[in-house]
Design a protein. Sequence first.
Length: 277
Amino acid sequence: MPEAFKLFDAHVHVGRWKTPDFAGHQSDLASVCGVLASCGITGALVMPTDDGNNVGLARAIADSGGKSRLKLMMAAWVDPHDPDATMEFLEGHYPMVSALKLHPSFARLPITDQAFRPFFEFAAQSGLPIVTHCGRWREVAGWERALEMAESFPDVPIVLSHMGGDSPTLVAGTSNAIKERKLNNAYLGTESIREPWVVGRAIDTLGADRLIFGSDHNLNHPNSFIAVINALGLSNEEKAQILGKNAQRLLRYDEGRRDHSNDNAAISAISNKLGAE
């Protein structure tokens, strides 16, 4: 297994949160990487906060110039209310993007809305996985809508964050529906789940190969969720799958989508195309 995926955090935010719920909490890339490294994390999928600043994050990753001990991959934040700007970024910097991040709760739109469809089509064409929030404001962020899109786009891996809704009932409902509907492209992100037995039941239902470790840092501390996985009494192979191997496969790391920690070409492209200062 590549070093980057020995302990890979597939859900990490960088930047300042706009929503009042998070009281303006913020972290820059250097401080985020410091926390992750202190937890023994070797690689991460980083994404903007709800400020949707894809350009700023891409620039920060490229500017880090390999200074971080972590291997960094980027998920671009999708804004369905400004699809042209998001698509411009994706088309201009596709080699730097390893996944798409959808947040229907902040968008106040379900991911089944037509505004999101071009991004599912982009993911299908480019081979990118989608990470979608599930949980708050269930009328737009219920796991049912995520699974509807998984059925519509069977070639797009879809990671349901918070295991479908960060409560035992929602996690069980999500896991059972994935199994019953045989959705082989649907995965569960472990962020925000603090009860080992909840994660364990999902593994019993779907198998360890369908869970992706994530912390939702900068809002949570990774050690809280590493401890959950360690408490499960899993085999070494099952633990390796959840903590890194599954993310390695979804992010197609072995097919050339490497980390962007020292991507000088990317920063040059950002400067030229989008007018970086």
